[in-house]
Ligand binder design. Structure first.
Ligand code: PRP
Ligand code: URA
Length: 216
């Protein structure tokens, strides 16, 4: 299996601050309150990386001193689409960087035996087909949930590159997701060792939804 180091579709955030925060996130002793704050912060760092290639256009700004020839973001508007529940924890971090983005929601949970996603909710901005989409979910395990999300977005007319922002990914999930669509980018803070028999990421960080919302 590839380590994705030379795959331009996969970006691993190796920044020291990101890696430090990820270590605390993984720690089983970290409280839900701290976990939520870290997910939000890491999502903001990741959004910074995922928006690095946004197109710019020239702008002329009058400063108090003189005319400045500047750049502003151009091109398609953005939509952030969290996969519920855990993806919700990343939304505010992305919005801190891109406050004007619209937010869509895709609800799905994994069946505990089959590990396949079960969809239960979808609400997207009306103009989703005209937007660039960032799908957010802290965990990319088998890839089933992210693949279902990308397929649904394509059915709704989303064109161009879909960016999947996760915090921890298993190699199996990355491979499956990249194979499922021709125009994807994946951003992650870590590519972990693999999956256990329950399809949990190893070493991972446990159940992200339960840790964010304190449900276990
Ligand atoms: C988790 C996680 C992803 C999915 C990843 O959600 O947040 O959505 O599992 O696994 P996959 O790559 O194998 O599909 P979960 O189903 O536990 O739901 P929750 O967010 O409501 O806790
Ligand atoms: N979902 C999680 O929350 N954690 C995993 O390790 C796998 C799926």
């Amino acid at each position: 299996m590839s380590d994705f180091a030379n795959d331009p579709r996969v970006t691993v955030l190796d920044h020291p601050m990101v890696q430090h925060k990820l270590s605390i996130l993984r720690d089983a002793r970290t409280s839900s309150m701290q976990f939520r704050a870290l997910v939000r912060e890491l999502a903001m760092f990741e959004a910074y990386e995922a928006t690095r290639d946004l197109p710019l256009e020239d702008a002329v700004v009058q400063t108090p001193v003189a005319t400045a020839f500047c750049k502003t973001i151009s091109g398609k508007k953005l939509a952030v689409v969290p996969i519920l529940r855990a993806g919700l924890g990343m939304v505010d971090g992305v919005l801190e960087l891109v406050p004007a983005a619209r937010v869509g929601h895709l609800g799905m949970y994994r069946n505990e035996e089959t590990h396949k996603p079960v969809p239960y909710y979808a609400k997207l901005p009306e103009d989703i087909a005209e937007r660039s989409v960032l799908v957010v979910d802290p965990m990319l395990a088998t890839g089933g949930s992210a693949i279902a999300a990308v397929r649904y977005l394509r059915e709704q007319g989303v064109a161009g590159t879909i960016k999947a922002m996760v915090l921890v990914a298993a190699p199996e999930g990355i491979e499956a997701l990249l194979a499922a669509d021709d125009d994807l980018r994946i951003y992650t803070c870590s590519v972990d060792d693999g999956l256990n028999e329950a399809a949990y990421i190893v070493p991972g960080l446990g159940d992200a939804g339960d840790r964010i919302f304190g449900t276990k």
